[in-house]
Design a protein around this ligand. Sequence first.
Ligand SMILES: [Zn+2]
Length: 170
Amino acid sequence: MKKKHEFTPEQLRFFMQAALQEARQALEEEEVPVGAVLVASGQIIARGHNMSERLHDATAHAEMIALTAGSEYLGSKYLNDCTLFVTLEPCAMCAAASAWARVGGLVFGASDPKKGFRQLGGSALLHPKTRLTSGILAGESQELLQAFFNSKRRDNGKPRPSKEEEDIAD
Ligand SMILES: [Zn+2]
């Protein structure tokens, strides 16, 4: 491998596939399908997928779970040697969390034009040393999100409207 946060195109796809696997797990659990993995020295050291519904926690995004698990694994609040892979552009909260953890690299798949951090603060939210890469396997990430939205739309015929669905659909 080259420098710590440089990956070959094959490596980028390989680790994003692992993040997509996490997103599929979220979809099975009827969560918004977003997945993340944290990579250090060419190894996945932590994984996470969105668990907002299961944990009744609006902050339980894939990135937050992967960052917490990675810090626990390494026994360090700082993750300079790690790269966070996530299937969807992080929100402002997760981008800022990655800055607090000082992640060395951030790689995301699909863009999120409504809630992505680039609309809400942009690179000012990231740590100045975090290396940003975007658009890796974006189509596969979007397909999963679309599958989720479609299934929610089908469910909308049933008398169980929730605030969460409105939030996602807007
Ligand atoms: Zn987030």
